[in-house]
Ligand binder design. Structure first.
Ligand code: NAD
Length: 266
């Protein structure tokens, strides 16, 4: 059966990659595309947006006309756009795959509540390599404990608006779980000026922004006389797009509930 996909944030870097990823698969069909009212993509054919033949799907400014039950919305937009889309998703009984990062705790709670009505899968990073990186970082933290100082370093392109990245936060949560602590109570989000010596058990974050870097993450375990680095480098955002479309095909078969990539892969 073909998965019917509607893309939210269709004019963006990831939205366009998702449209391309849908067009690569025989078992997925693009049925809708949505972007913001004043956006440059509005009214354009999705194929033309990518420099391909016309696909017959025009970018609209609202989900209302684009979704019905059985459609999976794939969202890579912005936190406010995601939250605004939830009533339409819930009302129609569509499913939702979302990769938008930078949600506030309240927005995350709202998203999780919507999963009582419809299937929702959220991932800060849709690459299989990052799922593995989180498992390895958690295990390293379990084994090394307080003997290692953990720093998480991430780099992204100049236009990324949230920091640290959702993936860096997810890796941080994995390390915290390995250490048996809460991330928020143990994170050093940034350092500037006379900050004093590093505290034992802290989880430090460093953020780099520049150029067209797709996404790089390192979990650094610094010990006396040696250090271990677990690094993931994304060189093509199509890995995220293909992962999201694969997740949409899986989610279309699921009951209402809140799912992660680990649920899909297990
Ligand atoms: P982008 O700025 O290129 O694209 C975002 C798109 O959303 C734009 O076209 C914008 O016009 C649209 N948009 C904004 N507000 C909207 C609204 N109210 N209604 C409809 N459309 C709206 O950004 P991007 O690089 O494509 O990233 C988008 C999101 O995906 C970010 O949160 C980013 O961190 C996240 N991301 C996640 C993953 C992952 O694997 N989970 C990978 C890459 C990026």
């Amino acid at each position: 059966m073909s998965t019917k996909v509607c893309v939210l944030g269709a004019g963006g870097r990831m939205g366009q990659s998702v449209i391309r990823a849908v067009s690569e698969r025989d078992d997925a069909t693009l049925v809708g595309a949505v972007d913001r009212l004043a956006g440059p993509a509005l009214g354009k054919d999705c194929g033309r947006l990518l420099g391909l033949d016309a696909m017959g799907i025009t970018v609209a400014d609202s989900l209302d006309a684009a979704i019905t039950a059985g459609v999976v919305v794939i969202d890579f937009s912005a936190p406010d756009a995601l939250i605004s889309a939830l009533p339409a998703v819930q009302a129609t009984g569509a499913a939702l795959v979302t990769g938008t990062t930078g949600l506030s705790p309240e927005q995350l709670t709202r998203l999780e509540a919507a999963a009582a009505d419809v299937p929702i899968l959220r991932a800060d990073n849709f690459s299989v390599g990052v799922v593995l990186m989180r498992l390895l970082a958690r295990r390293a933290a379990e084994l090394l404990g307080a003997s290692a100082d953990v720093e998480i370093i991430e780099a992204h392109h100049r236009r990324k608006v949230d920091a640290p990245s959702g993936t860096a936060l997810a890796v941080g949560h994995s390390v915290a779980a390995g250490l048996g602590v809460e991330l928020d109570a143990n994170a050093d989000w940034s350092r500037h000026g006379q900050v004093g010596a590093r505290g034992t058990g802290r989880i430090g974050f460093s953020v780099i922004r520049g150029g067209d870097i797709v996404g790089e993450h390192t979990a650094l375990f610094a010990m006396d006389g040696e250090r271990l680095e677990i690094t993931h480098r994304a060189t093509d955002r199509m890995i995220f797009a293909r992962g999201a479309v694969r997740a949409a095909a899986w989610l279309a078969e699921q009951s209402p509930g809140f799912y992660t990539l680990e649920d899909m892969l297990s």
